[in-house]
Every structure is written in structure tokens, then in C-alpha cells.
Design a protein around this ligand. Structure first.
Ligand code: FAD
Ligand code: SF4
Ligand code: SF4
Length: 405
């Protein structure tokens, strides 16, 4: 991408057009350019440019040019099947895998394809069978003592090889710490696209395109992203976005063991010890009942009331980003776009206004109760039950009543 110094007048129209705010108008001398007889200033593209092309269209002087690499056509028809990365920890497959298998089954049935799971580890053969019970037709199993724990370079090399050999059409990962480390590395290695943190997946059956929906522009719109020219079409999806597949022990499938030369398993990393981050131990994503507090709780002390209600209901404590950013409660409690996606049976939002970035993380909860002073708070639009009132009056009354039962 370049700004032609002969054509740029420094008019700044491109600055307004750039959705990422990465164009600055500078003096030509400041930008290291010789002076121009007519134009003193020039547009300078800063770091963070996504090559979206909005500025090219906005420039009336055709001063911005983006040269794109020529597209290499690939034979899309060679790519078949829906794959799921079977994430395991300590030899046990993580529940997010079963959620992905459920969706993979649905997508594969629409396309008339098979579902495959990729399982890497050491001593995980039993789990391969479980993956079949949960919807996989085929499990690619790669076992080695060096692969017991996730190491991103070795796992990337193995899966990239497997993808190039077997050519899946769609490949989905959990948007977990492991999935988020692994999926982009593989996508970059095999030169395909990846949509992170999808909240919905579907397929266009005729065009065989994966429709990958996720919040965009700060959660203000839901964008459906396609990968029309590259394969596999890759996406990550957060835990709890889809329901787990049912377990059917009568299901039959194939376990295909794969072996690679030892150098493929070699990692630059060595895991010396695993020390869990104690601030991250709260797993609100698995809780059936969540009581969440927002800016309305007024401070760290305010979370005591939230905790009391959670305790009496046997639930976990969640929070909005406003409460987390204020330092009232650790990030591991945050629900929403940049926090966790939760799907409990009961979600009680206390002193939370209900901005879209919070809603995307909790709106699929079965029952939503909102407690807010403001009757016009947007949270009431998604709530099944709304209580307009001061949380410091309402919650103690609820706790008192619930303790009687
Ligand atoms: P506010 O919007 O300030 O609302 C406080 C509410 O409390 C008000 O409705 C008020 O009426 C009520 N209230 C006040 N006092 C009381 C009382 N005593 N009793 C009852 N009600 C009371 N937010 C998230 O939550 N999660 C995310 O993951 C997230 N990710 C984001 C990502 C991006 C890129 C951006 C731009 C924003 C993100 N946000 C996220 C922030 C989001 O936009 C909101 O700013 C945030 O959710 C607001 O939190 P809140 O509802 O607690 O605070
Ligand atoms: Fe104006 Fe085009 Fe130069 Fe931007 S690049 S300042 S729009 S002339
Ligand atoms: Fe901004 Fe897009 Fe132009 Fe890059 S290509 S400078 S992101 S408008």
C-alpha cells in the first residue's frame, strides 16, 4: 500500500474515511519527503491498517494505491468433511469439543459430509471412542509422550500436515486459550482464513460456504463472514455457544492413527510445571446459576450483596466489564464479548445496563432476571423478569425470602 506523493494534496478526506483511525496528515518534511511546490502536507498510513480499502475509494485524487497479491485458485472440490479439534486437558476431552461436535454434525448433515475429530495427546485412545459416541464419524488420533500437554509449535506442525494431507472443507476450534493459540497458527501456516469468536455457524449448502457470524465493530453489528476462495474454512467458537451433543453409545466410527517423523513432534518449548492462575479459577461458564454485578454495585463492597445472593442460590458471581475495569472484581468473572460467554439456567443481572457487549455473553441464558433502578435500562429488553429498584434494597429482601425455603 502506498500514498503517491505526486498526487496527495493532504486534503484529509481519507482520514475521515478510515474506520480504524490509522491515517494521519503530516507535513511532508515531517514524513521525510522533499517539499512539494503546491502541497505542504501528505497522508501517512500508520500501523494497524487492515487494507480494507475505504481510503482508496474516498480519495478524490487517486493518491492511494493497494496492490494485492494475485489470487491463487485452488480446487475447492478436493476439500471434504467437517473437522473439529478435540481439545483435551490431562487426557480428558474438554466439554467445548462436544458442543462443536454437535454443530459439526448439523453442518455435515446439511452438506452430506462426514464429521472428523482431531485428537492429539498421550494415552487418549479411550477418548477417541467417546468422540464417536458424541457425533464423530472418524477420529484422527496422534499419540506421543511428547504431546501429552499442548505445545503450540508441535501441535501446529502436526495439524497443518494432517490438513494438507486430508483436505477438510471446514475446521472448527473452541475459542479457548488453546484454540485461540492454535487455530491462527494453523491458518497462517496453511494460508487460509479464520474467523475468531463466532457466535453462530451455518452453511450455504449450494455454494458450500461456511457462514461465520460474530459481533463486529465493538459489538454494534453482527457480521457474517465467508471464506469463499480458501480451504479449509476455519472458525473458533466460544464455550457454551452451542449445546453439547448427546451421547449415543451405539454410534460406530473409525479411528485413524497417524504417525509423523519425530522432528514434527519436537517443540521449542518445554513444560516444566503447570501452575494454575488462582484468579482464573472461577468457571462461570459452567455454572447453572449466575448472579452478576455491574457498575450499579458502586464498588468492591457492593459485590458482597451479589455474593450473598449467589451463595443462597448455589450460584457463581459474574460481572460486567465496567465492574472489572474499575478493579472491583477479577477479570475471570467478566461476562460478555471480551469476557466469558455463559448459558446458565438462571442469570440475574444486578446494576447492569445491558449494553450489547454484555448481552452477547449472556443472552442465551434460559431465564434472565434484571434488577435495575432505571426502568428504561436496555437489560429489561432481554429479561424474562424485571425488578425496577435499588439492588441494595431488592437483593437483601430476596436473600431473606430465599433463606426461608
Ligand atoms: P453501566 O452501563 O454504567 O450501567 C450501570 C447500571 O446500573 C445502570 O443501568 C444503572 O441504572 C444501574 N444502577 C446504578 N445504581 C443502581 C442500584 N443501586 N440499583 C440498581 N441499579 C443500579 N461489557 C461487558 O459487560 N462485558 C464485556 O465483555 C464487554 N466487552 C466490551 C468490548 C468492547 C470492544 C467495548 C467497546 C465494550 C465492552 N464492554 C463490555 C463494555 C460495555 O459497552 C458497557 O460499557 C458495560 O457493559 C457497562 O457495564 P454496566 O452495565 O455495569 O455499567
Ligand atoms: Fe486527500 Fe487522497 Fe491525500 Fe488522503 S490520500 S489526504 S484523500 S489526497
Ligand atoms: Fe484505513 Fe482501510 Fe485505508 Fe488502511 S486501507 S488506511 S485501514 S481506510
Amino acid at each position: 500500500m502506498r500514498v503517491d506523493p505526486e498526487k496527495c494534496t493532504g486534503c484529509s478526506l481519507c482520514v475521515r474515511a478510515c474506520p480504524f483511525n490509522v491515517i494521519e496528515i503530516k507535513l511532508r518534511t515531517e514524513a521525510g519527503l522533499p517539499e512539494h511546490p503546491k502541497f505542504k502536507k501528505i497522508a501517512v498510513i500508520l500501523e494497524g491498517c487492515t487494507l480494507c480499502g475505504a481510503c482508496v475509494e474516498a480519495c478524490p485524487f487517486k493518491a492511494i494505491e493497494i496492490k494485492r497479491e494475485e489470487k491463487k485458485e485452488i480446487d475447492l472440490s478436493q476439500y471434504r468433511g467437517v473437522w473439529v479439534f478435540a481439545e483435551q486437558k490431562n487426557g480428558k476431552v474438554e466439554p467445548v469439543t462436544y458442543e462443536l461436535l454437535n454443530k459439526a454434525r448439523e453442518l455435515a448433515d446439511k452438506l452430506g459430509e462426514k464429521v472428523s475429530a482431531v485428537l492429539i495427546g498421550d494415552g487418549v485412545r479411550n477418548e477417541a471412542e467417546e468422540l464417536i459416541f458424541r457425533g464423530a464419524d472418524r477420529v484422527y488420533l496422534i499419540e506421543d509422550s511428547s504431546l501429552k500437554n499442548f505445545v503450540d509449535d508441535a501441535y501446529t506442525s502436526i495439524i497443518s500436515r494432517l490438513v494438507l494431507e486430508e483436505k477438510p472443507e471446514i475446521f472448527i476450534f473452541g475459542a479457548t486459550t488453546i484454540g485461540r493459540a492454535l487455530a491462527p497458527r494453523i491458518a497462517a501456516r496453511i494460508k487460509t482464513g479464520l474467523t475468531a469468536d463466532c457466535t453462530g455457524l451455518d452453511v450455504d449448502k449450494d455454494k458450500r460456504i461456511l457462514l461465520q457470524t460474530r459481533p463486529a465493530f465493538g459489538g454494534n453489528i453482527m457480521a457474517t463472514i465467508n471464506t469463499p476462495d480458501k480451504r479449509p474454512q476455519m472458525a473458533t467458537v466460544r464455550h457454551k455457544v452451542f449445546k453439547e451433543s448427546d451421547r449415543d453409545t451405539s454410534r460406530k466410527g473409525e479411528i485413524i492413527e497417524k504417525k509423523y517423523p519425530q522432528e514434527v513432534y519436537t517443540s521449542k518449548m518445554e513444560i516444566l510445571e503447570f501452575i494454575p492462575d488462582l484468579t482464573q479459577t472461577v468457571n462461570i461458564a459452567d455454572a447453572d446459576i449466575i448472579v452478576s454485578g455491574g457498575r450499579g454495585v458502586g464498588g468492591p463492597e457492593g459485590f458482597k450483596v451479589i455474593q450473598e445472593l449467589a451463595d443462597v442460590l448455589g450460584g457463581a458471581v459474574g460481572a460486567s466489564r465496567a465492574a472489572v475495569d474499575s478493579g472491583w472484581i477479577p477479570y475471570s468473572h467478566q461476562v460478555g464479548q471480551t469476557g466469558k460467554t455463559v448459558c446458565p439456567k438462571l442469570y440475574i443481572a444486578c446494576g447492569i445496563s445491558g449494553q450489547i457487549q454484555h448481552l452477547v455473553g449472556m443472552q442465551s441464558s434460559k431465564i434472565i432476571v434484571a434488577i435495575n433502578k432505571d426502568p428504561n435500562a436496555p437489560i429489561f429488553k432481554v429479561a424474562n423478569y424485571g425488578i425496577v429498584g435499588d439492588l441494595f434494597e431488592v437483593i437483601p429482601l430476596l436473600v431473606k425470602e430465599l433463606k426461608k425455603r
